[in-house]
Design a protein around this ligand. Sequence first.
Ligand code: NAD
Ligand code: UDX
Length: 464
Amino acid sequence: MKICCIGAGHVGGPTMAMIALKCPDVRVTVVDINKERIAGWNSNQLPVYEPGLSEVVKQCRGRNLFFSTDVDEAIQASDMIFVSVNTPTKTYGIGAGRAADLRYWEQCARRIAAVSNGNKIVVEKSTLPVRTAESLRAVLKANGRGCRFEILSNPEFLAEGTAIQDLENPDRVLIGNDDTNSGRAASKKLVEIYARWVPHEKILTSNIWSSELSKLVANAFLAQRVSSINSISALCEATGADVDEVAAAIGRDSRVGPKFLKASVGFGGSCFQKDISNLIYLCEHYGLHEVAEYWSQVIKINDWQKSRFTRRMVETMFNTVAGKRIAILGFAFKKDTNDTRESPAIYVCRDLLNEQAQLSIYDPRVTEVAIRHDLEAATALPGASFQKRITVEKDAYAAVESAHAVAILTEWDEFRNLDYNRIRQVMLKPGFIFDGRNILSPEASPMLCPGVYGIGKPNASART
Ligand code: NAD
Ligand code: UDX
């Protein structure tokens, strides 16, 4: 069996590396039009940081895992083609800001149809609006030069930072197929690949529309939990309750469960906002305005939580941060990834820059180029003037030197273990620490007490 994957990104790379690891007899080729990305996958500096990923790639690369820019050759050589290209939110035209931009997907479909010289199974790995398979079928059929294409939906549920763990031991694998003999036969072939390492009871098969929709709904439900607990964090701050204690109490109910109840500065990442926006757009398309409005609130609360965080910082620091040095610890949207897409840090930094703060930023994995690029894109400020108000530091201690305040925006483990007594000493007084991830435990370290502001935590004076 030969398979290929179009799109060597955060999903295509790790997913195919895992298939190659578990199926040494299957030849897996990952292709992309981005030459730099492919060069990265063929080097020791992989373009995606994920714990455990480089070990898997090293084991398989050159054996049965290949990275290439030759898309046509990979399509021709493969029996099964995964498509894992980006499906961002449209920024133009009809549905701008909500609908998925399917242009990369359609380009791939047209390429597959144009160069295929035999029958293929095409697997939707990207997250797509419901009924995309229908459009895909139309494009393939109209351009397919007599080849037969079977379409499967196989959405990916991995989370960044734990991709290898999630791929190795998924909660479930979902495969949607057409309710035809050839659809079922194609599905069986894909089931056989996953069954090499995933127990059969975890491999769910469904109709193709259910599979497409389940991916959007899964992300909407997860994001909804974060927005729900974040909405309660505001009430906790107002009333003196502690959001972590509330989360622990409700999470003990087996019907609720303990996961995804960590209050934070807001959710980020390339998926949640994009997929909920897409769900909202679909609901509106089908005239389900109340349903669309219901899910819109998840995004509204998230936007509010991010701006609420900055507002609290400014108000606490005597209503002005102009000219003040603020240390930003963490820029990635969560720990253990170098991905900054939709990171709450971007929005907090943007709002602080608009308040004329000076920022000293440190993240263990995000490059200076990426940080400056993200902030340039997010602010409407002229490049040179605001870039001078940012420094990107090599470690956390350099970032906090002479700072008026520290904002912890990513829950990197190393931030839990910093010497906060030392940090207090090198900060200006009174120093403020805004813990956007609730990773500090003031109770365990009395030095932290005054001036530490967590999310949904009684403030220091109420605590003592
Ligand atoms: P990404 O931006 O990291 O990677 C996509 C890649 O596709 C890019 O390298 C791009 O160059 C390539 N590409 C675009 N058009 C191409 C074309 N015509 N031919 C060849 N290559 C092309 O995106 P990602 O994060 O890997 O996400 C891919 C899909 O998976 C999206 O639909 C996303 O919603 C979904 N998804 C992402 C995650 C995640 O955690 N990032 C998880 C589950 C699902
Ligand atoms: C998500 C889904 O979890 C995954 O199944 C899907 O395939 C892709 O989208 P990802 O965005 O990579 O994965 O990370 P996730 O762990 O879901 O976190 C998303 C955001 O929510 C992060 O910013 C994270 O910090 C935040 N979050 C998560 C919270 O603020 N609190 C929580 O309790 C959990």
